[in-house]
Every structure is written in C-alpha cells, then in structure tokens.
Design a protein around this ligand. Structure first.
Ligand SMILES: Cc1cc2nc3c(=O)[nH]c(=O)nc-3n(C[C@H](O)[C@H](O)[C@H](O)COP(=O)(O)OP(=O)(O)OC[C@H]3O[C@@H](n4cnc5c(N)ncnc54)[C@H](O)[C@@H]3O)c2cc1C
Length: 384
C-alpha cells in the first residue's frame, strides 16, 4: 500500500485556494499588465497575503513551513492563469529565498527571510552574465577581499525580481580565486540594493513574462561587508547548481501550469466555436488533438509531482528535476501551439489569452538551463 497518488488534505486546500485566487485576482488583470509591460505591486501584495512567498521556509523564519510539492502546486496554479505572476512567485521562492534559506547563517536568515516571506521585498539570483549563460562556471565577476570588505566588479544579465521598487538585494556568484586544480574558485555573496557601486537597470522589450521584472546588474568597486559571504568561500558553484535543481522544479511547474491553462482555453473554445453546424471539438482532428494534450499534461503532472516528492523525502532528485523541467517546458510549447491552432485566427489576436500562453511557453525551454543543457544533465546522470 505504499504507492499513493492522493494529495494530502493540506495540499488539496492549498490547490483550491490558489486556483480561486488566480482566477479571481490575477486573470482579470494579466492581459493588460502584459500589454503594458507592468509589474503589479497590488497583485504582489495579494499574492503575499495568500502566503505565496516562503512556502517551504520554516515558520520560525517567517515562512509557511509547507513541503516542496505544495510549492509546485501553488506555482502550477498561478502559471495556469499567467506566466509573469508565476515567474515572480517562482523566482521569489526558489531563486531569491532558496539560497538564503539553505545556505544563509542564522543572522542572515533573521535579517532577510521574514521580510521576503511576507512579500514586502524581493530578492534576486544573479548567476547569468553576458559571457556566462549555460556555462555558469564561466563567471567573470570578481570579489576581492580588502580589510573587512569584499570589493565586487562585474555585471549580471536577465536577473528576475532584481530591479523594482521592492527589490531588496541579490545573491551573486563571483570569482574569489583559483582552486588547486586550476579552475576558478566561485563564491556567493549577498548584495543589498542601495550599496554604493551597485546599480540595477530594468530590461524591457521581452517576448514573454512581460509583467515580470528582469534586470541588468552592474558592480563597480562595490564594497560589501565580509559577513555578506553566503556559506563558505569556494562553495558558490555548488550552491548555485543545487539552487538550480530546485529552480528546475519551479520551471517544470510553470510548464505544467502553462500547458494546463492553454488546454483549458482550447477545450472551452472548441466546445463553443461552431463550424459546419457543429462545435469544432466534435471534429475528430480537434478531439484527438485535445486528447493528446490531456494525456501529455497527465504525464507531466506525474513526473513533476514525483520529482517534488523525491525532494521532500530527501532522496536524490537532480535527474528527475531535469527530466521534469525538460518534459514540462516542451509540453507547454507543444500544448500552447495546439491551443493556438484550435483557436484559428482568433488565437493570434491579443484579446485572446491563448496567445500569451504561446509566448510565455517559449522561455521555459531556455531559463534555468536550456533544453540542451537538461539533456546534458540527464545523459550524464544515466551514465553517458
Ligand atoms: C526573462 C529571463 C529571466 C531570467 N532570470 C534569470 C535569473 O533570475 N537569474 C539568472 O541567473 N539568470 C536568469 N536568466 C538567464 C537564463 O537562465 C539564461 O538565459 C539561460 O541559462 C541561457 O543562457 P544564455 O541566454 O546565455 O544562452 P547560451 O548559454 O549562450 O546558449 C545559447 C544556445 O547554445 C546552446 N548551448 C550552450 N552550451 C551548450 C552545450 N554545451 N551543448 C549544447 N548546446 C549548448 C544553448 O542550449 C542555447 O540553445 C533569465 C533569462 C531571461 C530571458
């Protein structure tokens, strides 16, 4: 009797409350925010009141103390309605709060986590650089010790949640020396907004996630206190990679939600739209497309929740996280493509939400490790 597909009562309650919230609060404003490329502080505040930040952080540090599957469910339900809001939540939790929660000293946790879990602030995760994307170990940003401080020089690009009115700071990876094997020694640092020498510039003109905040970061002789090192010197790359394992579950959950949301729209449209005197879902070509979409979503959900379950049970989950991320992101692209096809010409118009799902889906194959990188991770895990 060990195998059990039921969600716990707590997880079911969370799912129905986030689903209702997404439908009532986010759906009515999502299209317009996307159009205007505008981050909404109002919906941010409402998401925080619902407890969507710090989902897996212990109550002692201001979080909800729930498991990772709950976090996946919450992310999926928001993404079912809007990718940008899901990005704010997912990056806020797994990339912003995650490293502080897992590697921060007690002092650092006490200083930052309660505010971040209350959604009063957002924290960014600065790994990607203009010359170091998939090659995350290729960071060129440097951190040099000087007395009681570190001096940081370099830049980061595409950093989510890092340049709006409530951005409090970022965790960045920087080169701190050379390891005995000749490779770069990488360490992580906490840099608060307002620190001299640190500037964050909002990036505009995105295809997708248009109402989520994305930033370029610049560090010019930026001095931070010695104690802003995260964990131990030299542990940075490991910290970043293991944060990405959790982050991949977030992107997977967003793919699952995006696919489900696009499917919901396509099914409803196909039941209403009449051609040749019948609803188009009665044509086998459309019905079979919807059947395939439903089957793939079911597969994706099983893969996704299993990866979360492995993590919650302290089992190795890197391989399953990469599989879930890869499968769910490609699922989102396939399903949103079919969903637009089912809408015909209307699916290409801004007044139909399905076009936003089609655009938002594309990022999921690129962020937090491209599909090519996921295949590299999986092939190494299986022994190639
Ligand atoms: C909206 C948005 C939000 C983001 N948020 C964050 C964030 O919060 N924090 C953060 O650190 N980063 C963030 N990113 C960056 C994102 O993670 C990177 O864009 C992604 O990792 C890919 O890096 P790149 O864009 O430099 O592409 P590249 O690494 O230059 O890749 C280009 C192409 O080459 C392929 N490729 C590269 N290496 C290999 C290889 N070894 N084998 C086969 N193919 C390969 C890639 O798969 C891809 O198809 C964000 C990006 C965007 C657009």
């Amino acid at each position: 009797m060990a195998l059990n597909y039921d969600l716990s009562e707590e997880q079911q309650i969370l799912r129905s409350s986030v689903r209702k919230f997404a439908k009532d609060v986010i759906k009515p404003v999502a299209r317009e925010l996307d159009e205007r490329e505008e981050f909404s502080y109002d919906t941010m505040k409402s998401m925080a009141e619902l407890g969507l930040f710090g989902v897996f952080v212990s109550p002692e540090h201001g979080g909800q103390g729930l498991d990772y599957v709950s976090y996946i469910i919450a992310t999926e339900e928001i993404a079912r309605v809007d990718g940008s809001h899901a990005a704010t939540v997912a990056a806020g939790n797994s990339l912003g709060i995650g490293p502080l929660n897992y590697y921060g000293s007690e002092e650092q946790k006490k200083k930052y986590l309660p505010k971040l879990c209350a959604g009063q602030g957002l924290w960014g995760f600065g790994l990607t650089e203009p010359n170091a994307g998939s090659d995350a170990g290729g960071s060129q940003t440097t951190a040099v010790p000087d007395g009681n401080e570190w001096v940081i020089n370099g830049s980061k690009i595409f950093i989510t949640n890092a340049a709006n009115k409530i951005s409090m700071g970022v965790t960045i990876q920087a080169v701190t020396g050379k390891r005995p094997d000749g490779k770069k020694e990488l360490s992580c640092f906490l840099v608060e907004h307002g620190t001299k020498g640190f500037t964050a510039k909002e990036m505009h003109g995105k295809l997708m996630w248009r109402s989520s905040n994305t930033a370029e970061l610049y560090f010019e002789d930026c001095r931070i206190p010695r104690e802003n090192l995260l964990g131990r010197q030299g542990d940075g790359f490991h910290q970043m990679l293991s944060t990405l394992d959790g982050g991949r579950l977030s992107i997977g959950a967003m793919g699952l939600g995006c696919g489900q949301g696009a499917f919901d729209l396509a099914l409803a449209y196909s039941q209403e739209r009449q051609q040749f005197g019948r609803p188009i879902c009665k044509f086998q070509a459309i019905a079979f497309k919807l059947a395939d979409m439903a089957m793939e979503i079911e597969l994706a959900r099983n893969l996704m929740y299993k990866a979360g379950w492995l993590r919650d049970n302290q089992r190795p989950f890197a391989q399953e996280a990469a599989m879930a991320k890869l499968y769910c992101s490609e699922l989102a692209r396939r399903v949103s493509n079919h969903a637009v096809q089912i809408h015909g010409g209307y699916g290409l118009m801004k007044e139909y939400d399905v076009e936003r799902f089609y655009r938002d889906a594309k990022f999921l194959e690129i962020g937090e490790g491209t599909s090519e990188v996921q295949r590299i991770v999986i092939s190494r895990q299986i022994g190639c």
